[in-house]
Design a protein around this ligand. Structure first.
Ligand SMILES: Nc1nc2c(ncn2[C@@H]2O[C@H](COP(=O)(O)OP(=O)(O)OP(=O)(O)O)[C@@H](O)[C@H]2O)c(=O)[nH]1
Ligand SMILES: [Mg+2]
Length: 359
């Protein structure tokens, strides 16, 4: 199935029910007063993030989700039944925008999170409500208000701690298979991976992180070459990028350093902010060369790229070096979250002391 990570839908809250115009009709009560009840509220439309949905394919065809209307009010002061709310399931990581204004309405990142996207209309007043000292037999009623109507843009951005980046065939999917239970397809032709997949990397003692495998990038991707760069959006929620470089590409003309620079250039075109995130160099397929030769080439690649962050020399196929890589990633993420927690605490203290300070 084609991977869908953008979709448009329409949502509409239910119409409020009409208020009732009714008068008491009872034996021995000649002029019964008004007793028309209010209309019920229309149902609202809500989006709900659920597990196990990992594309927006259900919304490939633009559809309208409409909540039911409220029932009209009736005599004897009876309020009409409210329309039921309509809940539409979306994948975790769905960003929701108003298609007309572009305003972000919400970002559903947690299981079960709900977002109200179209409020149901209020029910109209029954004639009882219009009773006054001058009008004791009102015939007016409220018509019930229409439900809110909106066009929405949905965008899926998967939620992962670490993202993989690299040319097609660099070995991204092989790496995620080596360190997690995820089983994306691996093959010796470019663009094997057509959509992102996630793997949970367990590093023992209840410590784990989520890695995102995405399609490969090629030169001109920003202009649409290969699979383009749209799927780089799935790296936007990650705190660390692993840039995979094939140490011994089969094409004798290929230069891993030139290719690595090209990847970073494409990344910048997509998002300069993303290009500034921590990015580690992971030189893969070391098993293709004798150990010494691999180490020498790896040093040269790091030097020529003037790469200052951490780098690793691994073989995703044999697993050599992958455990160390996973451990280092885990430590990095833990340190970062400890720092973030400390900063949040310090900020909290700052606010508290400012509030406590005498005027
Ligand atoms: N010898 C060797 N081959 C590897 C290694 N890692 C990956 N390969 C091979 O390289 C080819 C491409 O691997 P993939 O994991 O599919 O590469 P990818 O980066 O996911 O490629 P795309 O999904 O097309 O972007 C496959 O034939 C793998 O078996 C490695 O460490 N050593
Ligand atoms: Mg792949």
């Amino acid at each position: 199935m084609k991977f869908v990570d953008e979709a448009r839908i329409k949502v509409q809250g239910g119409h409020g029910g009409r208020g009732s115009t009714s008068f008491r009709r009872e034996k021995f009560v000649p002029f019964g007063g008004p007793d028309g009840g209010d209309g019920g509220h229309g149902g609202s439309v809500r989006l709900k993030a659920i597990e196990g949905m990992n594309t927006l394919a259900d919304f490939r065809v633009e559809r309208t989700f409409k909540a039911p209307s409220g029932e009209p009010g009736s005599g004897n002061g009876c309020t009409g039944a409210a329309g039921q709310d309509l809940t539409v399931a979306v994948p975790i990581g769905t960003v929701v925008r108003d298609a007309e204004t572009g305003e972000e309405l919400g970002d559903l990142t947690r299981v079960g999170e709900l977002l109200l996207v179209a409020q149901g209309g209020k029910g109209g007043w029954g004639n009882t409500r219009f009773k006054s000292s001058t009008n004791r037999a009102p015939r007016q009623f409220g018509p019930g208000l229409p439900g809110e109507k909106r066009a929405l843009e949905l965008e899926l951005r998967v939620i992962a701690d670490v993202g993989l980046l690299g040319l097609p065939n660099a070995g991204k999917s092989t790496l995620i298979r080596a360190v997690s239970a995820a089983r994306p397809k691996v093959a010796d032709y470019p663009f094997t991976t057509l959509h992102p997949s996630l793997g949970v990397v367990d590093v023992g003692e209840h410590r784990s992180f989520v890695m995102a495998d995405i399609p490969g990038l090629i030169e001109g991707a920003a202009e649409g070459a290969g699979l383009g760069i749209r799927f780089l959006r799935h790296l936007q929620r990650t705190g660390l990028l692993l840039h995979l470089v094939d140490i011994a590409p089969p094409d004798p003309e290929a230069d891993p350093v030139r290719d690595a620079r090209m990847i970073v250039a494409e990344l910048k075109k997509f998002s300069p902010e993303l290009a500034r995130r921590p990015r580690w160099l992971v030189i893969n397929k070391r098993d293709l060369l004798p150990a010494e030769e691999a180490e020498k080439r790896s040093r040269e690649i790091v030097r020529r790229l003037r790469h200052r962050g951490p780098h690793f020399l691994i073989s995703a196929a044999t697993g050599q070096g992958t455990r160390e890589l996973a451990q280092a990633v885990m430590r990095f993420l833990e340190e970062r979250s400890a720092e973030a927690a400390a900063q949040a605490k310090a900020a909290g203290r700052g606010e508290a002391s400012a509030a406590d300070a005498p005027e």
